[in-house]
Design a protein around this ligand. Sequence first.
Ligand SMILES: Nc1ncnc2c1ncn2[C@@H]1O[C@H](COP(=O)(O)OP(=O)(O)OP(=O)(O)O)[C@@H](O)[C@H]1O
Ligand SMILES: [Mg+2]
Length: 365
Amino acid sequence: MAEIRVEKLEKAFGDFVAVRGVNFTIPDGAFFCLLGPSGCGKTTTLRMIAGLELPSSGRIFLGGEDVAFKRASERDIAFVFQLFALYPHMNVRRNIGFPLLCQGVPSSEIKTRVEETAKLLRIDHLLDKSVSGLAGGDRQRVALGRAIVRRPLAFLMDEPLGTLDTEFRDLMCEELRHLHDRIKATTVYVTHDQLEAMSMADLIAIMNNGVVEQLGTPQEIYDRPATLFVADFVGSPAMNLIPVADRLSKGAEALTLSGARIAIPEMREDAPGEALVLGARPEHIRFDDASGYRGEIFGTEYLGTMQIVTVKTVGASVKVKVPASINVTAGEQVGLAFLGDRLSLFDKGTGRALRSALHDGAHHG
Ligand SMILES: Nc1ncnc2c1ncn2[C@@H]1O[C@H](COP(=O)(O)OP(=O)(O)OP(=O)(O)O)[C@@H](O)[C@H]1O
Ligand SMILES: [Mg+2]
């Protein structure tokens, strides 16, 4: 298996730059997600790694070797376009072994490798069955088997679960992750679904308009979003982003919202921009009658043991995640308190997170 590294990767289609200055290193054996909205450049980036698209500039290393100008067939990579198309007239064994047959691998070796692969996927008892009679989950495993039987240096997957319904997607996410844990193949997985990325990835690159906005573990991205875009894109419900009127200078330990004092991590330098945005996740806000930051309860959405309560304050609509056991009534006035050490602050002009206590942790890229 192999590390994948891209440096200053760019791709222009005519005047339009689809991917600009992308850098990342995917450690050997990591499950890496390229996450972002439609059109942000995920597929283009993946296709360049695969060798299906030539970069306009930049470098791509696979296992330390510069492959940017090598053809797809010369890169030992499996590109999984569509996990789910099987050959209906072939049995399970022949479906899994087909890529090896195409490569001209001797039949005794095909037999051994197909059987190993089937064992790994726990479908070895189905090898001589017809694929048309299989249950859905087993069909997906056969398709996965066909992708992994070649044992490439890396797997590239472009929204492989895209067409599945939610319940089945969740199952396949688990299946893919378990498979990855067993074979430890470097995997680049493209998705626009933040829940999929957060639940599967070791490392995520969040793309927007052709650039990587943040590179980090799911937890780093959730706890310390580097930009307003990331803060808004990851998390469900999304982080509350509340406009702040104050200009904060070095040493500031609080800001004011509608006249109320809100404690924040100490500012290490002057806030660069005029306008700031306070970021607070719904689970980092609670009801507190003593708080001067007040609003009116607009509605609530029950999630079993928890509920998401929407509170209208002056200039913002704030979502608060609290236990479902707390009684709330629409129209009621409440005070809101923030967990100071979990707050983020952004420069509205650049969209960048400002340095604060939350940002003292490890940084990537
Ligand atoms: N061959 C091409 N010629 C011109 N423009 C292209 C070409 N391929 C992609 N683009 C443009 O580049 C941008 C990025 O496309 P890309 O397919 O990489 O996005 P994506 O992140 O995979 O989006 P999606 O989630 O919709 O699949 C888009 O604006 C797309 O229209
Ligand atoms: Mg795409």
